[in-house]
Design a protein around this ligand. Structure first.
Ligand SMILES: [Fe+2]
Length: 614
């Protein structure tokens, strides 16, 4: 890349390089990964050229490019899917810049970007977004972001694209809106993922958001595959979908090509994308990667459940006897004791355990008859399965990195430590939802959708509602809380993934101390989980009320609206504005502030609960 400074070189291509004449910039421009003196500029050239394409770029202090501060030339080719990324250096801190590209005599649209601010800035303004499924609706939320003129950055917490095919998740709505996923198949190859990014980036609202503000991004699962973990995904069956590592690598290659982000630092693996951004002394933002670095496989409530057992005395193997006496059990050699899963007769008011070994064996061979069931041992399941210390979200190396970053941030006297996180971190148990809703409201969903039926049914155990979130990894969450606590962090966690809005307190389970506050953003378009039950407004009111009743740490839960969070920070206050759009099924929409919460720093390491501003 040639770089220099001067008034403007755009318009004076070197004559000996052949530049394509068919070039256009159909996918707009974007910027991201700002530093105090640098930013990534991005575009893609649409061309039939078969060779390298020379691309000029320039960045200026004004949108007319009369004050160009840096410019240069690079090239792209089919090997990068004709995407272009420039890491522009030596910029001034906290400055707004304008940039554009040029191939032949064609100019790209002009983008606006901003470097990270200097230490004397008094206020920071961020937009938090996640879950932008093309087929589920119009990107009105992205359009709305362009109306802010004070944003320092947009933080995208993942599910920027979805991997589903045109007939899969969101397909029905995509059909009615004329926004069906392309390619029509579920994404598996590099070509698939590239084509999907290209489709999303033709959207004018997404292009406008990128052109207006630098993005800081991290993937969640759908950029690779649904419910991904470090060496697979719940919805990736290698028998039908091929090798997981190849698929992940293809997905991430497309991600790095198409997103305005810096390539990994030397020594950093490309799938371990954690990094820190300092916004003056107001806030440091720590983007963590909780999918592909180290995440253990999700616990399944059906496959991994622990059931109540009865100890049997096998002294006489032909006639095993149940042991009812603890003292007798203690006298038996371990080799003679076997713990056998206990069926219960559920037909009466009280479940009756079946202790006849012959009958137990017959049940286990032939299946349980109607009216009989096994009984989950929830305490053991929570402690030994969900609570297994070895289950990872970040992994030891990323945890150590996070501890250092939080310590450094506090040492620099930075007020807020923000965790840019994918899935919800609050501890939250499911209320019993089958009883919660009047039968007639949800009958259709229950009768026609086995997934919904199972999901409702399993809430009777009062387990965490989503074992793919941090609730499925309580030991890993405790380690993050310990890090925040030991570094005196003023911890604000932002999360996506749920397609709902949340204001939560984060507590250390061991002594109840408040460790931080979590704001969960709703989706740009993706449908909220409770919409699967029906569209009666009561469904949302009941879900919201039951969830907050059951979980005092949840101070606010909105199950019905799409939107984003506008986060405003000063040295001692954080204001989270929950902005909703009234529809994503039409390009005509209105946006409104749904709620505003304020968190105050009381003393280092002690922040208030989120208080609603009225
Ligand atoms: Fe999502």
């Amino acid at each position: 890349m040639l770089a220099g400074s001067g008034t403007s070189i755009l318009g004076c291509a070197e004559p000996f390089i052949e530049e394509p004449t068919d070039a256009t910039f159909l996918h707009g421009v974007a910027s991201g990964d700002p530093r105090i003196d640098a930013v990534i500029l991005w575009t893609r050239v649409t061309t039939n050229a078969r060779t390298e394409v020379p691309v000029h770029w320039a960045i200026a202090q004004d949108p007319e490019f009369s004050k160009v501060v840096r410019f240069g030339k690079t090239q792209t080719s089919a090997s990068a899917d004709f995407t272009v990324k420039i890491d522009v250096q030596e910029l001034k801190r906290g400055e707004i810049y304008y940039y554009r590209f040029k191939v032949g005599d064609k100019y790209s649209p002009v983008g606006r970007t901003k470097t990270l601010p200097s230490s004397d800035v008094e206020k920071i303004s961020l937009a938090i977004v996640s879950c932008s499924h093309y087929a589920f609706g119009y990107f009105n939320v992205y359009r709305e972001l362009t109306r802010h003129n004070d944003l320092d950055a947009v933080i995208h917490l993942g599910d920027y694209i979805y991997e589903a095919g045109a007939e899969g998740y969101g397909g029905e709505i995509g059909k009615t809106l004329g926004r069906q996923h392309q390619p029509a198949n579920e994404l598996l190859t590099l070509q698939d993922y590239r084509q999907r990014f290209a489709q999303y980036r033709t959207d004018p609202d997404l292009q406008a958001a990128h052109a207006s503000t630098p993005f800081i991004t991290i993937w969640d699962d759908h950029e690779t595959a649904d419910n991904a973990w470090a060496s697979g995904a719940v919805y990736h069956d290698p028998k039908t979908k091929g090798d997981w590592t190849e698929r992940r690598n293809a997905a991430l290659q497309a991600y790095y090509e198409w997103m305005p982000i810096r390539d990994p630092e030397p020594g950093q693996l490309f799938y371990q994308l954690h990094r820190t951004y300092d916004f003056g002394t107001i806030a440091s933002l720590h983007i963590i990667e909780s999918r592909l670095t180290a995440r253990s496989q999700q616990v399944s409530y059906s496959k991994d459940m622990v059931y109540k057992t009865t100890p049997f005395d096998f002294s006489d193997p032909k006639n095993p006897k149940p042991i009812r006496n603890e003292a007798y059990l203690a006298t038996l050699p371990a080799a003679l004791v076997r713990y056998v899963k206990t069926p219960f007769d559920m037909r009466g008011d009280i479940p009756i355990p079946i202790l006849d070994y012959g009958q137990i064996e017959a049940f286990s061979l032939n299946g349980l008859p109607e009216g009989f069931d096994y009984s989950p041992d929830l305490e053991t399941f929570r402690r030994d399965v969900l609570g297994d210390e070895n289950r990872q979200m970040l992994g030891a190396r990323q945890e150590a990195w996070l501890a250092k970053e939080l310590r450094d941030s506090r040492a620099k006297n930075i007020s807020w430590q923000i965790l840019g996180n994918q899935t919800l971190m609050v501890r939250m148990d499911a209320p019993y939802l089958v009883d919660a809703f009047p039968e007639e409201l949800i009958a259709d969903a229950k009768n026609n959708n086995p997934y919904v039926r199972d999901w409702l049914d399993v809430t009777r155990y009062g387990l965490p509602i989503n074992s793919d979130s941090w609730d499925g990894y309580p030991a890993a969450r405790k380690r993050v809380f310990d890090i925040a606590r030991s570094t005196n962090a003023n911890l604000l966690v932002v999360a996506g993934d749920t397609h709902n809005f949340w204001a939560n307190e984060l507590h250390d389970e061991t002594d109840g101390k408040r460790i931080g506050v979590e704001f969960g953003t709703s989706s740009v378009t993706s449908m909220g989980g409770y919409e699967w039950l029906g569209d009666a407004p009561e469904i949302f009111s009941i879900a919201e009320q039951k969830m907050m009743e059951k979980n005092k740490a949840v101070r606010f839960f909105n199950a019905r609206d799409r939107g984003y969070i506008h986060l405003e920070l000063t040295s001692d206050k954080a204001h989270a504005n929950f902005i909703k759009v009234d529809t994503v099924r039409s390009r005509k929409y209105t946006a409104d502030r749904l709620k505003r919460f304020t968190v105050t720093i009381d003393s280092p390491g002690n922040i208030s609960a989120p208080e609603e501003d009225r």
